[in-house]
Design a binder for this molecule. Sequence first.
Ligand code: 13P
Ligand code: SF4
Length: 328
Amino acid sequence: MNVEKGYVDAPIPEGIDLRQEILRLKRERNAVIMAHFYQRDEIQEIADYIGDSLALAQLAAKTEADVIVLCGVHFMGETAKILCPDKKVIVPDLSAGCSLADSCPADEFKAYLDKNPGYTVISYANTSAAVKAMTDVIVTSSNARQIVESFPKDEKIIFGPDRNLGNYINSLTGRHMKVWDGACSVHEKFSLEKIMDLKRQYPAAKILVHPECPKPIRLVADKIGSTQGLLNYAKASECSEFIVCTESGILYEMRRQCPDKTFIPAPPDDGKCACNECAFMKLVTLEKLYNSLKYMAPEILVDPEVSKKAVKPIERMLEISKSLGLIK
Ligand code: 13P
Ligand code: SF4
């Protein structure tokens, strides 16, 4: 078996029904398939659970399966492994990274923390295990505001790595957190001009924006929220048209849950640009998922010493989220 490329590079037997075989292997291995909202449609369709980063962490912490197949990016697999060190955690393509996590190298973050002692460190889930190990509490876009607000107003906070989410929370809460200068390359690429063109074309449409987007995009939003938050808003809204400013994978679940509503990806998919797609998320395919279950690889491994430290801020996030009623 060859996993040099980050996934099991083995031929798919001819004539098999890939979906049926995935389901059979899943039962045989007592595995659970979890997928992020940005995964390809066919992966979301076959998964046992789909969700945002917070839901996936919570599901991993609770699952009784022996094997977690995390269809998402590397840090999501690491989070599941840190929460379930005794389980096998598989990400069908280990090279599925995250530009935001990469914008915060652990050694540089450590040097920054050493230069700024006495701060509470709040990190976004889109970080490596090594960065999480230096963190006091993890947040996702579903709970970041509330978790920041759970600290006293004068708490000295370092927030990393997303400058857009960090600055957004500062503006909402009137805090002055020091914000790491990182960003997601997908969410930074949305064009305000194209969004406004769409708004002229669909004047009744509500603009849904992920907080990883820069301020000019956030300023035109009707709703800013995590992937789950945007989905909830669209479901509850009386409006029937939405311009969606986040990775376009979320449109699968939006259209599934709201078949009578219209969801328009921003920028428009004009065939010239797929920059509203996260190339990392799209690395997971049905073929890779099949081979990962067949060969039980590639497995996510986290250094036990790092894991022991990193689990604390993740569990703290889950506890605070529970106590605030954000999760059950
Ligand atoms: P959510 O937690 O909102 O799903 O976001 C995860 C992510 O990677 C956004 O780019
Ligand atoms: Fe990372 Fe951006 Fe992809 Fe989300 S969309 S996984 S933040 S690169």
